[in-house]
Structure formats: structure tokens, C-alpha cells
Design a protein around this ligand. Structure first.
Ligand SMILES: Cc1cc2nc3c(=O)[nH]c(=O)nc-3n(C[C@H](O)[C@H](O)[C@H](O)COP(=O)(O)OP(=O)(O)OC[C@H]3O[C@@H](n4cnc5c(N)ncnc54)[C@H](O)[C@@H]3O)c2cc1C
Length: 306
């Protein structure tokens, strides 16, 4: 099962999908018969998502669209069998218009998926190339040329309520408290351990604050108040909490933090360094935190655009 499916695409299908699309995609997503990745980024379009160049051209005869272009940084793309993403369907339209949200089977003729090697040896990212790939009309999610609004619903799920559950950070904060206790009990480097007490407590409190804020957001949703642009605030909070929490663990461990899982003496199987490395990507994926701060300034606080 991939998070891109159940946490990002599923809420969007609930909101924008036809009954046929709900019946076709949601059960197979839940049973992991279909694994989904997301195709927003392109070599020249990251933060500036409206700069995408991949095109889908109308094919009336076959009743669908012919896609040409390239997506990049598709998380778990190397293992998935479907991608959802934005494609330009009206090149004459204004930048944020003229795009359509399409769902594309990765085994379709003309699709090439090329895995991207990572420095840490783990696999998963891919580049996806489209050469005259045909998709039928029933793979359009939302309206033709209305993809931007549909994509914003998906990104709001990614930044806000669904991708990063509070349980993830509360569990990590509990592990951090446990690590502090074990390090303190070991009796080595007492000054270092003592100086990090308040950082450990701060991480635990922030995880708890995130849990409570999420419950407040869920209560709001039940009462018909959606997160909207405030999901950007949420994204900044969880991604920076994750970095600080893992960084505190590395400082607690000192040089031992460098030991990888196969090394004798690695603490918790070297998981804290792995956690830190992954946390560093949090302020980048799901829209960088610089961009989210712009969104918060303009759309939550109503400050003027610079
Ligand atoms: C772990 C990970 C997983 C990812 N998974 C996916 C995926 O599954 N699918 C997908 O489509 N993409 C994915 N991405 C790509 C991600 O969406 C982009 O990296 C991100 O949107 C930033 O785009 P960019 O890398 O092109 O950087 P750029 O847009 O080139 O930005 C470079 C720097 O400039 C800053 N910047 C740019 N514009 C502004 C501005 N207007 N104001 C202030 N600062 C600005 C940015 O904040 C950043 O620091 C993933 C990235 C990572 C790290």
C-alpha cells in the first residue's frame, strides 16, 4: 500500500471522482492491488507547479488524451502501477488554468519508468517518461482544464490532515524520551545528557501539541470547516518538529549517532540517523517550507504579496 494512494488520492476521489471512479479505484487502492505515485514535479517545475510542460492532447477519435512529457521525483514510482498528476491540456490558457488531473496506468504503452538511485542506497524515486501515452476520458479526475483546483485538494491533504499522522511523531517523541532515560542510566557524558533534558521535553510537547491541533482540525472538518490554506501551517509545523526531534536524538548520542545498523555498538540499529536524514527532506517535499510560509503570509494572515 502507498500513502500516495490512500492518504492523497483517495480523499480527492471522494471529493471529485465519479461514482464509477470511486467503485473502480478505491477498493483496489485499499487492498493494495493498485499502488499509486504522484506526478507533479518536472525537471523545470517544482515549487512553481504551474510551470509544468507535460501535455495531454485531445484525441476525439479514441475518446481521450495523448500524453507527452516527463515527471520527476515520483516517490515510490519504481514500485507503483499507477500515477496521478497534472498535465497541460490547453497551452493557450493562463498559467493556472488549462491543466487537467489525469490518472495514468504505468503499464500503458509509451510509459517508461526509470528508478533514481539514492545516496543512502535505498530505492524508490523514479522519473516517468510519457511518449504518446493514450488515456481514456474516464481517467480524468474533476473537469477538463480544471486540474489546478483538484490538485490543490490533493496537496492540502498532503500538507494537512492525512499524510503525517500525529501518531508518527508522538511515537517518535516517546522513543526519544526512552533514549534519554537509557543514556542517562548508562551514566556516560552526564553533562551532555543533562543539557538536552529541555530539548527532549520540547519535542515531546510539540508532538502532543500537533496531536491536539489535529484533533481540533478534525472537529472543524466534522463541522464543515476545511483546513484550506492553514494546511501550509500544519506542514511547516510537522516537518520542523521532525527535524528537531531527530536532531536532539543525534546530539544525545554524540559520535555514536554515526554508527550504521551493521556497526557493533549502533544504538537502536542506527535508526536515529536514518530518521534524521529522512526528516531533512520534510521541509522540501509536499511543497517547500519557504513556499508554505508565503502561503501562510498571504492566504492565512492576509499580508500583501511581495
Ligand atoms: C523526499 C521527497 C519526495 C518527493 N516526492 C515527490 C513526488 O512523489 N512527486 C512529485 O511530483 N514531486 C516530489 N518531490 C519533489 C518536490 O515536490 C520538489 O522538490 C519541491 O516542490 C521543490 O521543487 P524543486 O526541488 O524543483 O526546488 P525549486 O522549486 O527549484 O526550489 C529551490 C529553492 O528555492 C526556493 N524557492 C522557490 N521559489 C520560491 C519562492 N517563490 N519564494 C521563496 N522561495 C522559493 C525553494 O523553497 C527551495 O528552497 C519530492 C521531493 C522530496 C525531497
Amino acid at each position: 500500500m502507498t500513502q500516495n494512494g490512500i492518504f492523497l488520492l483517495a480523499p480527492t476521489i471522494f471529493e471529485y471522482g465519479t461514482d464509477e471512479q470511486k467503485a473502480r479505484f478505491l477498493p483496489r487502492m485499499a487492498s493494495a492491488d493498485d499502488l499509486w505515485c504522484q506526478g507533479w514535479s518536472e525537471p523545470d517545475a517544482g515549487s512553481d507547479l504551474a510551470g509544468i510542460k507535460s501535455r495531454a492532447t485531445r484525441d476525439d477519435e479514441r475518446g481521450g488524451w495523448v500524453i507527452n512529457g516527463q515527471k520527476t521525483w515520483t516517490t515510490r514510482g519504481a514500485f507503483c502501477n499507477w500515477v496521478f498528476g497534472l498535465f497541460r491540456t490547453d497551452p493557450e490558457a493562463a498559467r493556472h488554468s488549462g491543466m487537467t488531473y489525469l490518472m495514468v496506468p504505468l503499464d500503458a504503452s509509451g510509459v517508461t519508468v526509470r528508478g533514481v538511485e539514492r545516496l543512502d542506497g535505498d530505492e524508490g524515486f523514479a522519473e516517468v517518461f510519457f511518449d504518446d501515452v493514450f488515456v481514456a476520458d474516464d481517467l480524468v479526475l474533476g473537469g477538463v482544464n480544471e486540474g489546478w483546483g483538484v490538485a490543490m485538494a490533493t496537496t492540502s491533504s498532503e500538507r494537512g490532515l492525512t499524510l503525517r499522522s500525529p501518531g508518527r511523531f508522538c511515537a517518535a517523541a516517546d522513543r526519544l524520551v526512552d533514549l534519554w532515560k537509557r543514556q542517562a542510566a548508562a551514566g556516560e557524558h552526564p553533562e551532555r545528557i543533562d543539557s538536552l533534558r529541555s530539548d527532549v521535553a520540547q519535542s515531546w510537547m510539540e508532538a502532543e501539541a500537533y496531536r491536539l491541533a489535529t484533533l481540533a482540525d478534525v472537529t472543524g472538518l466534522v463541522n464543515g470547516v476545511s483546513q484550506g490554506a492553514r494546511s501550509s501551517l500544519t506542514k511547516i509545523f510537522w516537518s520542523e518538529l521532525d527535524v528537531k526531534l531527530n536532531e536532539t536524538a543525534l546530539r544525545l548520542l554524540g559520535p555514536a549517532a554515526e554508527l550504521i545498523e551493521t556497526s557493533a555498538g549502533a544504538v537502536d540499529g542506527g535508526a536515529w540517523m536514518k530518521g534524521f536524514e529522512f526528516a531533512l527532506s520534510g521541509p522540501i517535499y509536499a511543497g517547500t517550507n519557504e513556499i508554505q510560509r508565503n502561503v501562510v503570509a498571504e492566504r492565512v494572515l492576509g499580508l500583501p504579496r511581495k
